[in-house]
Design a protein around this ligand. Structure first.
Ligand code: IMP
Ligand code: MG
Length: 180
């Protein structure tokens, strides 16, 4: 069904059906874990937007959403970046159950920085939910509470993930051709 028509794409790693199925399963885990509470989903712009909205639609407890944007000082994938917040949350998170929603946890630098920053604002709980977890490239250890897929060390696009800002809107996750 999802025939890639993008020249830079090598192969599809997870089809739209597989992605949607895993999102439903992880949403069920989240609903069970936070049952009886309200949950705040915090999305990291722009990559997590597609995953966050799909996830939120499947969660069966009341959710609030907020977004932040970060800028990383290294454009080079592989070079660990110095991370800072480029757009902060609209509202505080004190006393709330907070789930940081990421497209991918790679080296872990972004996630660790955001966890440390958000923890300082006094949430009642704070955890990470990521669509993709690329553990082979992890440099700093971060606790990943919920993940849809673990992936090997290939650059991927789709479901919010971009290559030069393109391909975020693909419904599937695909591996880029080497050297693309
Ligand atoms: P980390 O700080 O190394 O964990 O970086 C995570 C960020 O790098 C993600 O939020 C993405 O924006 C970006 N990134 C890492 N790997 C990929 C990839 O395979 N495709 C697209 N973006 C990626
Ligand atoms: Mg990102």
């Amino acid at each position: 069904m999802t025939k890639p028509i993008v020249p830079e794409i090598d192969h599809v790693l997870f089809t739209e059906e597989q992605v949607n199925q895993r999102i439903r399963e992880v949403a069920a885990e989240i609903s069970a874990k936070y049952r009886g509470k309200d949950l705040k989903l915090i999305g990291v712009l722009k990559g997590s937007v597609f995953f966050l909205t799909a996830l939120a639609r499947e969660i069966e407890i009341p959710v609030k959403i907020d977004f932040l944007a970060i800028s990383s000082f290294s454009n080079q994938r592989g070079a660990p970046g110095v991370v800072r917040i480029a757009k902060d949350l609209d509202e505080g998170i004190e006393g709330e159950e907070v789930l940081l929603v990421e497209d991918i946890v790679d080296t872990g630098f972004t996630a660790r920085y955001l966890l440390q920053t958000l923890a300082g604002r006094g949430p009642n709980s704070l955890a990470i939910c990521t669509l993709l977890d690329r553990t082979p490239r992890r440099i700093v250890q971060v606790p990943v509470e919920f993940r849809c897929f673990e992936i090997p060390d290939h650059f991927v696009v789709g479901c919010g993930l971009d290559y030069k800002q393109l391909y975020r809107n693909l419904g599937f996750v695909a591996v880029m051709k080497p050297g693309a």
